[in-house]
Ligand binder design. Structure first.
Ligand SMILES: *Cc1c(COP(=O)(O)O)cnc(C)c1O
Length: 526
């Protein structure tokens, strides 16, 4: 169970110390220890105040220290304010409101609201009727405590925890989404312009053009540069497929250049040798969240009159010599895929540039090459970001810098606690850059065995990426000699990403580190 909704009788227990209320308090402590999220139903605010105030009023009278009804309500509000701090408000939705045919509309609302929560969610209650009628949806403080005694606490570790983030921004998120539902401008609504302005300010560039995905952003950038069949684009083979894929989709040829081992980014010293008369652009990837060496790359590009597109899908928020990823070359691109540092709740991406003509071209390509309604001077795509996604990303943007700081702190703890281990290498960060740790990736000798050990302890890991793009079947026809990619091949064999997100606790990290530093192969038994 990860979610617990509190019935009003439990809330009264917690606000007012009455006989038998101690178990509610213990149950709550147990739930918190297990990282169970505690919810109170937004539709019950008035009842909470009323019932807690009535209880306070009663009790004061019983103690011969009568208080006025309004004083009791004031006290109730103070207690409820304290109690609900740090809890999640479960919004009351319209589908939960048509309950007037029920004997107890409020109970019916609570039970209905659980239907949109994960199946393991429970209503914590003492209401005998609810417990009898909905045994699979309810639990009591006593049975929660008993369950806990049977199963020792085992806080789960997520590879990327989007739920913790959501909990911290829920009010803003719900407000933003509902605003879109109400204004109804689902395509290019006001949130798109607001997001583009805020992202351009953030990256410190003139233009931001949001689009439907990071993949589309690469496609749009290349279309704007007029890249097509016969052209060659220099890029890294140690990246997600999208980088090479969009080059090939345009009929151009990805020319892979091996990586610089410590940063895993394209090795600038090897770029020049790959340039031919057909070369049209260079696409470095700022892998794992650390920018590539853009001064070196831009200098080479300038000598050859080539534009540089940064694939910053993993590095949004990172800096290179105090300039933001996205602002490091002619065009910067990023992705808002949910697991990226600035992720939405679906697909999304953005482009950045200081070049007015490129910005205009990319804006047009995003909407079918259209400059005004039903006039199409060029060929484009349907590559717009949804207004709803923009609303989600706006809600996340306020916290983004804090989240980056938290990621860096998580990385610093891993670095410190894993330092000196003989079985792994921690990531290198160049001194002139900041790293946003989209992935915290270590190198190990026997990756599969270590992954199995961690998995047996419920610690998820991932491999970014098991194959260089030159080895992907889709690129076989390119015939790029294996021998040119020793560093990519080695990294692809040795790299392993550990759980990384801004809400990872030191305790969870300690679990990961313990499992890594003392790999107990016995745990690996099937
Ligand atoms: C995620 C990613 C992409 C693609 O982004 P989408 O939004 O998923 O289309 C491109 N390049 C790199 C390096 C990525 O990590």
């Amino acid at each position: 169970m990860r979610d617990l909704l509190l019935d009003i009788n439990i809330i009264v227990d917690l606000c007012v110390e009455r006989a038998g209320s101690a178990n509610s308090r213990i149950a709550l402590a147990v739930a918190k220890e297990r990282d169970v999220r505690l919810w109170t139903y937004a539709g019950s605010v008035q009842t909470m105040e009323y019932v807690v105030a009535a209880e306070l009023h009663e009790r004061a009278r019983g103690n011969d220290r009568a208080i006025s009804a309004s004083a009791a309500r004031r006290q109730a509000r103070v207690l409820l304010g304290k109690l609900t701090t740090g809890m999640q408000w479960l919004a009351a939705l319209a589908s939960e409101c048509d309950v007037f045919a029920e004997d107890d509309p409020e109970d019916a609302q609570l039970i209905r609201s659980l239907e949109r929560m994960p199946g393991t969610s429970r209503l914590l209650t003492r209401d005998k009727r609810l417990l009898a009628q909905h045994p699979e949806k309810t639990t009591t403080p006593e049975s929660l405590i008993q369950q806990a005694l049977k199963n020792p606490a085992e806080p789960a570790i997520d590879f990327i925890d989007l739920k913790a983030q959501q909990a911290s921004i829920r009010p803003q998120l719900e407000r933003n989404i509902h605003r879109v539902l109400h204004h109804g401008q689902y395509i290019m609504g006001p949130e798109i312009q607001e997001l583009e302005e805020r992202l351009a300010d953030y990256v410190e560039v003139e233009h931001c053009i949001t689009c439907a995905s990071g993949t589309d952003s690469l496609l749009i950038a290349m279309l704007a540069l007029g890249i097509g069949p016969g052209d060659e684009i220099i890029t890294t083979p140690f990246t997600f497929i999208a980088t090479g894929e969009m080059i090939a989709l345009l009929g151009a040829r990805p020319v892979f250049v091996d990586i610089d081992p410590p940063t895993y980014n394209i090795d600038p010293t090897k770029i020049e040798a790959a340039i031919t008369p057909n070369t049209r652009a260079i696409i470095p990837v700022s892998l794992y969240g650390q920018p590539a060496d853009f001064d070196e790359i831009n200098a080479i590009a300038q000598r050859h009159g080539l534009p540089v597109i940064e694939d910053g899908a993993q590095s949004f928020g990172a800096t290179y010599k105090a300039r933001k990823s996205g602002a490091l070359s002619a065009i910067g691109s990023t992705s808002f895929f949910p697991s990226k540092p600035l992720g939405g709740y679906g697909d999304g991406g953005a482009l950045f540039t200081n070049d007015d003509a490129l910005a205009k071209a990319m804006r047009e390509i995003r909407v079918h090459g259209q400059d005004r309604r039903y006039n199409h001077p060029r060929i484009g795509i349907n590559g717009r970001l949804d207004t709803l996604q923009a609303a989600v990303i706006l809600a996340k943007l306020d916290r983004f810098d804090d989240e980056i700081a938290a990621r860096q702190q998580v990385a610093a703890r891993y670095n410190q606690w894993l330092a000196g281990s003989e079985i792994l290498t921690t990531p290198y960060k160049a001194p002139d850059r900041t790293h946003v740790y989209a992935q915290y990736s270590i190198e190990v000798d026997n990756r599969e065995a270590l992954q199995a050990v961690l998995k047996a302890q419920n610690i998820p890991t991932a491999v970014h990426y098991p194959l260089g793009l030159h080895r992907q079947p889709a690129f076989n026809a390119l015939g790029q000699a294996e021998a040119r990619f020793p560093h990519t091949n080695s990294a692809a064999q040795r790299i392993m990403s550990l759980p990384m997100h801004p809400y990872l606790t030191a305790r969870q990290q300690q679990q990961v580190v313990d499992a890594l530093v003392n790999p107990n192969m016995a745990n690996c038994a099937p």
